[in-house]
Design a protein around this ligand. Structure first.
Ligand SMILES: C[C@@](CO)(OP(=O)(O)O)[C@H](O)COP(=O)(O)OP(=O)(O)OC[C@H]1O[C@@H](n2ccc(N)nc2=O)[C@H](O)[C@@H]1O
Ligand SMILES: Nc1ncnc2c1ncn2[C@@H]1O[C@H](COP(=O)(O)OP(=O)(O)O)[C@@H](O)[C@H]1O
Length: 257
């Protein structure tokens, strides 16, 4: 079975507050993108995993393995093994939810095979990662909480071009940097206004509301990213350019008509 694990960008991303569980409450506008990993998966006598290219992480550290083990533990369906071949196209640590997309694709495969309800699968997903609940379904959604409170909207049809920047950025570290600089962090824009503006091709309002709070800490550490974003913003027919997630991938939204 060939699964496509679609990535995501954050058209809007703000961090609202730090939680007692050391996660953060976010406000985001998630948007699926066409770029995806390819996963070839089948049940087999023993557990086999290979990836192209190599991920340089051990199998037990792979989010796919974590997803399989969590699925087994939460559902009680232990008695199976999977043979998986991952073709990794989404840049790792790139802010495109690449690992989370792989997790969501495998969870969807397992839930169909073991007839697990959508609700139960959702509960499993956010034990694995904050982006996984959205990526189970994909499309366009407002995300709150850790990313598990989702308000799915009519999917936006956007022309998005991504610019992988090949800096692998640690998400946890960037959240910590936000905490350390909290007093000086600006928050602006509105994901609901941004959604309406993109739906109505209102370019001015879209530009005013596109926002990613992580740019204020990531661009300090990686000034080349700031420079590249400013270069992209000069492109013809652009609505806006932004970094996605905790970085490092940049993207632009291009006007379609
Ligand atoms: C920043 C965002 C924006 O969509 O995406 P990416 O840049 O990773 O794609 C997400 O919040 C990342 O979600 P995800 O990549 O699944 O992070 P997780 O594995 O759940 O958590 C990694 C670490 O990030 C921090 N974390 C994550 C999510 C969140 N709402 N608050 C946090 O503080 C925690 O320190 C956690 O240990
Ligand atoms: N299947 C996987 N694909 C990508 N990264 C993975 C995977 N399994 C574990 N990881 C680890 O998770 C980290 C974050 O992965 P990824 O989801 O690609 O980042 P981001 O959330 O920034 O898009 C990677 O740097 C890697 O160390």
């Amino acid at each position: 079975m060939h699964l496509k694990a679609f990535g995501k960008v954050n058209l809007y991303l703000d961090v609202i507050s730090r939680r007692k569980d050391n996660y953060h409450n976010i406000l985001t506008l998630f948007q699926s993108i066409n770029e995806h990993d390819d996963i070839f998966i089948e049940f087999s006598k023993s557990e086999i995993f290979e990836s192209e290219p190599s991920l340089n992480i051990s199998w037990d550290k792979n989010i796919i393995k974590k997803s399989i083990e969590t699925f087994k533990k939460e559902t009680g369906f232990y008695n199976f093994n999977l043979k998986i071949k991952l073709i990794k196209n989404l840049p790792m640590g790139g802010g495109l939810g690449g690992g989370s997309a792989d997790s969501a694709a495998v969870l969807n495969f397992l839930s169909k095979n073991f007839k697990i309800s959508e609700k139960e699968l959702f509960e499993i997903s956010f034990k694995i990662g904050s982006d996984v609940p959205f990526l189970l379904k994909g499309g366009t959604a407002i995300g709150k909480g850790k990313g598990e409170i989702l308000e799915f909207l009519e999917p936006l049809k956007l022309n998005i071009q991504i610019y992988p920047m090949n800096y692998k950025i640690d998400t946890k570290k960037m959240y910590e940097k936000l905490d350390q600089n909290w007093e000086s962090i600006d928050h602006f824009g509105d994901p609901y206004k941004l959604y309406e503006a993109l739906k109505n091709n209102d370019i001015i309002t879209a530009k005013q509301n596109a926002f990613n709070v992580f740019e204020q800490v990531v661009f300090k550490e990686y000034p080349k990213l700031k420079q590249k974003k400013e270069d992209i913003e000069k492109d013809e027919g652009i609505i806006f350019a932004l970094m996605t997630g905790s970085g490092s991938t940049l993207y632009k939204v291009i006007a379609t008509n």
